[in-house]
Design a protein around this ligand. Structure first.
Ligand SMILES: [Zn+2]
Ligand SMILES: [Zn+2]
Length: 330
């Protein structure tokens, strides 16, 4: 039997009797990160990286959770378990599982660029690597992130000069903090949706250099903030937008540079910024893992497995329930 296998509850290590990012309730779950397709409610015990724990509490309510530092090892029935930076969002991890010298790594979601907010990705050598492939096609190549931040700030500056409020739609965990960190607050104030605000506060507890923001409430005087930037989660900020009208709306996502991507039509501007590895980073991460077997999940699984096999790799498809299409980037 393989050290990690796919069951109807999710990825499972029978020797330690633990699941990894299970999609059905289980007694003991190892969690790679707090995005909703990886961290679901109803598990008996959650084991995650220490910074992931408060984010899990925020998203799932009161849970029974245990935190491990990056690199710290716990042993269950002879199985050594440790969490290593995935660089995806704050508190995100790759999970390393070792038994009798055999090592597996479950990547969860990852990116290789240092986004200035979360602990940067660290490559972990293993025999078997379970990789995501959200952007596993050669058309996905991210430009330098600092160019994107400059585009965002230029767009904001122009809007501010015109007296138009800028609105950027971004996922509340990951993207929102990354954008906040790189906004030029010399242009104006940054106002965030309460959902983003509480997440920022939780992340700020262990990331003290995350800049401050103003959490939106209905008593703000909009006329005082005509040069503001609003950070809001996608499709859930009507009251806020109404208050600050006229505004210019943009979306920050990896799907932006893909013609016909879901959000391209519904917002005025798109900025290509992703918390997932692009095509060359996926290949780089797989190469660096030295893995003999690669399991691909989450995204363009079939074409990516085919490509890996053409490169002489031992690659397999793994059908999980992590979200895998353009409708979500979590
Ligand atoms: Zn994610
Ligand atoms: Zn995911």
């Amino acid at each position: 039997m393989a050290l990690i296998e796919l069951t109807k509850h999710g990825l499972y290590c029978a020797q330690a009797d633990v699941y990894i990012d299970p999609w059905k309730s289980v007694p003991k779950a190892l969690i790679t990160h707090a995005h909703s397709d990886h961290a679901r409610s109803g598990n008996g015990l959650y084991i995650a990286q220490v910074h992931c724990v408060p984010l899990l509490n925020l998203r799932l309510g009161k849970i029974n959770a245990q935190g491990l530092k990056y690199g710290e090892q716990m042993t269950i029935n002879g199985v050594k378990i440790s969490f290593h930076p995935a660089g995806h969002v704050p508190g995100s991890s790759q999970i390393r599982i070792e038994y009798k010298g055999e090592v597996w790594v479950v990547s969860g979601d990852y990116k290789l660029e240092d986004d200035g907010v979360c602990t940067p990705f660290e490559s972990v050598k293993c025999h078997s690597f379970i990789s995501e492939s959200t952007f596993g096609l050669p058309i996905y190549q991210w430009k330098d992130q600092h160019e994107v931040y400059a585009e965002i700030n230029n767009w904001w500056k122009k809007n501010a000069t015109d007296g138009v409020v800028s609105v950027i739609m971004a996922y509340s965990l990951g993207k929102a903090q990354r954008i906040l960190k790189h906004l030029d607050q010399g242009i104006g104030k940054v106002i965030v949706h309460p959902v983003v605000g509480v997440m920022n506060e939780a992340v700020r507890d262990f990331t003290p250099d995350l800049p401050m923001d103003i959490i939106w409430n209905k008593d703000l005087t909009a006329s005082n903030y005509r040069n503001a930037m609003l950070i809001v989660p996608p499709n859930s900020a009507e009251a806020m937008l109404e208050m600050f009208n006229p505004c210019s709306i943009a979306f920050a996502s990896g799907w932006m540079n893909f013609r016909g991507g879901k959000y391209q039509m519904s917002s005025e501007r798109g900025f290509t910024l992703s918390d997932h590895a692009d095509w060359s980073s996926l290949n780089k991460a797989i190469e660096a893992s030295d893995a003999e077997q690669i399991f691909v999940t989450h995204g363009f699984v079939k074409p990516y497995v085919k490509w890996l096999r053409e490169q002489g790799k031992n690659a397999f498809e793994l059908e999980t329930l992590f979200s895998s299409n353009g409708s979500s980037e979590e």
